[in-house]
Design a protein around this ligand. Structure first.
Ligand code: FMN
Length: 376
């Protein structure tokens, strides 16, 4: 045996051993930040920038993360946390953790058929899945999953009602209405990359398109999406279905009050992950006032910048019933497909459980605003 064959035979022995499998696993990403770093290496720049980016100077994108650094936990000790329960019930559905996958369009930029892959990962981990707009077909028959349908609204009462009925028949457990999508936002990264929004549906970029994007930079300003969506929409949808209707994109306490007044069943404090308007308040900072305005009448959820279990503990201590994660599962998807999404969701759930225990709390119901302080 020459030296090369000897080396090959040694490598095949090593790679077949359980020890190698363990060390390979240990070399994988150990947190969501590391998933993002690996995803950045794997994805085409257009796709990475589309997912990671925010609008304009990305002040709000950064603020969503930075704000968690100003909220500090004040744990309790000497409580029995030998058993910790992170389960939550949302609109009649029980989930093992208060973590939903947020609606994200353009998943096909990561992998073909990605919406269905993420749905399968959610089914496997019993995670509530909020589909991307119009992506309810990705819920394959037989996938045992609790899912909410996300919409940015339909222009007429008739179309809104037929959408709501269709979704109910397909088995959705709730409708989320994204209300901060009045116009196409101004995303410098996409403009610089000459990103063609058609890529979102056509999927993974073909090799030639990677070299030469199809379209020149588009004037992103003033492209209407849903500029005439008003509170009437909630009445229309509620008239056609018994499904809970949840408003996604609330930041002000006044809108929290209006959501209650118009019979919404829940609100999601969200700034679209810093992707719609720059300079708006970070979601963890907006949350306490919205919670106060809603006054416990309907559940308040939140999203934006969640990358750690401790972020979730802070949000829930401030009154969120559950959180949604947008980018985190997409980084998992880019790294390892369905297994990567499952890993990211599992990591966040495990971190949350440990953080809850170290705060001296045995379940989510014990969290309260006394456990967090904003400093700085
Ligand atoms: C690639 C991408 C696409 C998104 N598409 C939608 C969408 O179609 N509708 C919507 O309501 N929100 C959309 N969002 C916003 C998410 O639902 C969520 O509010 C946000 O990602 C939460 O912030 P995070 O990514 O820091 O977790 C998208 C976010 C990303 C990253």
């Amino acid at each position: 045996m020459n030296r090369r064959d000897a080396f090959r035979s040694l490598m095949s022995f090593v790679s077949a051993s359980p020890l190698f499998a363990q060390s390979a696993d240990l070399m994988g990403p150990v947190n969501v930040h590391e998933f993002e770093a690996l995803a950045k290496q794997k994805l085409h720049k257009l796709a990475y920038d589309f997912i990671a980016g925010g609008v304009e100077d990305e002040l709000t994108l950064r603020a969503n993360r930075e704000a968690y650094k100003h909220w500090y936990l004040v744990p309790r000790v000497m409580t029995d946390v030998s058993k910790v329960d992170t389960s939550v019930e949302l609109f009649g559905v029980k989930a093992p953790a208060p973590i939903l996958v947020a609606p994200t369009g353009g998943k096909n930029l990561v992998l073909p058929n990605a919406e269905a892959i993420v749905a399968r990962a959610c089914a496997k981990t019993s995670t509530l899945f909020c589909t991307g707009s119009g992506a309810e077909r990705a819920i394959e028959d037989g996938t045992s999953i609790h899912w909410w349908s996300n919409t940015t609204g339909q222009p007429t009462k008739e179309s809104a009602q037929s959408y709501a009925r269709r979704i109910e028949e397909r088995g959705a457990k709730a409708i989320t209405v994204t209300v901060d999508n009045q116009y196409q936002s101004n995303r410098d990264r996409n403009n610089r990359n000459r990103f063609d929004y058609g890529y979102m549906s056509t999927g993974v970029l073909a090799e030639d398109e990677k070299r030469a994007p199809r379209n020149p930079a588009k004037a992103a300003m003033w492209q209407p999406h849903t500029p005439n969506l008003t509170w009437d929409y909630i009445d229309w949808v509620r008239g056609a279905t018994n499904l809970p209707v949840i408003i996604k994109g609330v930041l002000s306490p006044e809108d929290g009050e209006l959501a209650v007044k118009h019979g919404a069943h829940g609100v999601i404090v969200s700034n679209h992950g810093g992707r719609q308007q720059d300079g708006v308040i970070a979601t963890i900072d907006a949350l306490p006032e919205v919670v106060q305005a809603v006054g416990g009448k309907i559940p308040v959820l939140m999203d934006g910048g969640i990358r750690r279990g401790s972020d979730i503990v802070k949000a829930m201590a401030l009154g969120a019933k559950a959180v949604l994660v947008g980018r985190a599962p997409l980084w998992g998807l880019a790294c390892f497909g369905q297994a990567g999404v499952e890993r990211v969701l599992g990591l966040l759930g495990a971190e949350l459980k440990l953080d809850l225990a170290l705060c001296g709390k045995a379940n989510l119901g014990e969290l309260n605003a006394k456990m967090v302080r904003r400093i700085g």
